[in-house]
Design a protein around this ligand. Structure first.
Ligand code: EPZ
Length: 427
């Protein structure tokens, strides 16, 4: 795994109007890799994780583990972790600001060190994103929780199994709780949990480590053990990268076969694209072919929901597509309170979108026109790339470091499919 540097001067230059054609493989899931790398801390044994994507966020997680005193060896698409001893139980402000998913270190550090000090994650461009549910769980599970001087101080006061119900569905909140309870002997119950595929992939890992975990709808019954073992695990394919490639293929009126994906993880995406007019076939078990028969894209009404509903991480990409649909669409963002940063940038390209509260109303226009646009967050940057693929003329997408956090070489994959996209650097 090469060292990826965060370059604020790189940008994409995209010439629109070229249909995507050919075959492409999906990389491993970022949002499965992050909690699973943290879970490796739960045991002193060596663990090995396969199919990890080569991303900035993975790099940041490796640095975080090394800062805790853990040895990490990176191979090509695999990471070996040797957490024999943890010499530091603090995730610094710099670490957490670089990657808010660093909060996932709380559960494992408590298990190994009985304490943890983690910088309070700030807000981000898509919302305030508090961690109150994480802290409420830890507090009810016997952990003393203090927030002072911008840091969360956690210390185990008494070890006990717990029955806890989340007030709202939180992916990383569920993951933190599952990792912590995997080491607690006795029967614990978590209710109103997130059941995203990435959470279930973590459950598979925790089972391999020795925890007994039963999942029934949104309830988890966990019987933990103090003696968690190391594991070897191949992370699931990235369903959001798969969805992003599918939208790109359909909106450019292309014909693309996407391989190495788990189609059962993307049923909501498949359903929405079929309603939009995409033809989707399943030539083999872990692949799909997407193409468009007609010239039009049907308008859609989309509500983002927790899994298995329509994923919020696909909202921006669909908005780019619906900007040129044949009619009026709306997208209601029910998960994050500020995930419409891409709207203003799409409007610079000629999109006709009005936002009212958490709903965006999109009136399809015949075409978008190329412009210089700025990424504001990971999925917004993907939305602008998709818009550039179909816009008339040249689009410049700035601040693509946002994209590099969560997509492995997306520009190279698109180029291989026929897109005219160049990664350039401002001198
Ligand atoms: C995970 O973030 C993903 N990140 C996000 O993906 C994804 O958008 C999100 O889940 C929703 O699916 C990772 O898995 C690393 P949440 P997470 O806790 O866990 C509120 C991407 O693009 N909330 O499920 O941080 C919160 O503000 C990223 O890959 C509380 O109020 O999301 C949000 O409105 C972006 N209190 C909602 O719940 C809490 O304690 C869902 O958040 C926790 C969350």
């Amino acid at each position: 795994m090469k060292t990826i540097t965060l370059s604020t001067s790189e940008y994409f230059c995209i010439r629109g109007g070229f249909p995507l054609r050919g075959e492409i493989e999906v990389s491993g899931s970022k949002n499965a890799s992050l909690p699973i790398l943290m879970a490796s801390l739960l045991s002193e044994d060596e663990s090995e994780i396969f199919n990890t994507p080569d991303l900035l966020d993975i790099q940041n997680t490796i640095e975080l583990l090394e800062n805790l005193g853990v040895e990490v060896l990176c191979g090509d698409k695999s990471i070996r972790v040797y957490p024999r001893e943890i010499t530091n139980c603090k995730a610094s402000d710099e670490t957490v600001r670089k990657m808010r998913a660093s909060v996932l270190v709380m559960g494992p550090l408590l298990v190994r060190c009985s304490k943890a000090v983690v910088s309070m994650p700030g807000g981000c461009s898509i919302g305030v994103r508090p961690v109150d549910q994480h802290l409420k769980f830890f507090s009810e599970a016997g952990v003393k929780v203090d927030v002072k001087h911008g840091y969360i101080h956690l210390e185990i006061e008494r070890i006990k199994p717990v029955e806890f119900t989340f007030d709202l569905i939180t992916v990383t909140g569920t993951e933190n709780a599952l990792m912590f309870l995997s080491s607690i002997e006795g029967k614990s119950i978590l209710r109103n949990i997130a059941i995203e595929p990435e959470v279930m992939d973590l459950v598979e890992v925790l089972r391999k480590m020795g925890a007994e975990i039963e999942i029934e709808e949104r309830t988890a019954i966990i019987r933990g053990t103090k003696d968690l073992k190391g594991f070897r695990h191949k992370v699931i394919p990235d369903r959001i990268e798969a969805g992003t490639l599918m939208v790109s293929a359909f909106v450019t009126k292309g014909d693309v076969t996407i391989k190495n994906l788990n189609t059962s993880h993307i049923t909501a995406i498949i359903k929405a694209l079929k309603e939009a007019g995409a033809e989707i076939e399943f030539p083999e078990e872990n692949s799909l072919r997407i193409f468009s028969k007609g010239d039009t894209i049907n308008p859609l009404c989309i509500e983002t929901r927790e899994y298995p509903g329509f994923p919020t991480d696909m909202q921006a990409q669909f908005m780019a597509m619906l900007s040129v649909a044949d009619g009026e669409s709306f997208i209601r963002e029910n998960i994050f309170e500020n995930r419409f940063q891409h709207v203003m940038e799409l409007k610079r390209m000629g999109a006709n979108i009005e936002v009212s509260g958490n709903t965006a109303y999109i009136k399809g226009v015949p075409k978008l026109t190329g412009a210089e646009v700025f990424s504001t967050d990971l999925r917004a940057s993907a939305s602008l790339v998709i818009a550039g693929l179909i816009a008339e003329g040249e689009t410049i997408v700035r601040d693509i470091y946002h994209l590099d956090r969560g997509y492995e070489k997306l520009d190279k994959k698109l180029k291989r499919l026929g897109a005219h996209i160049e990664r350039l650097e401002t001198s």
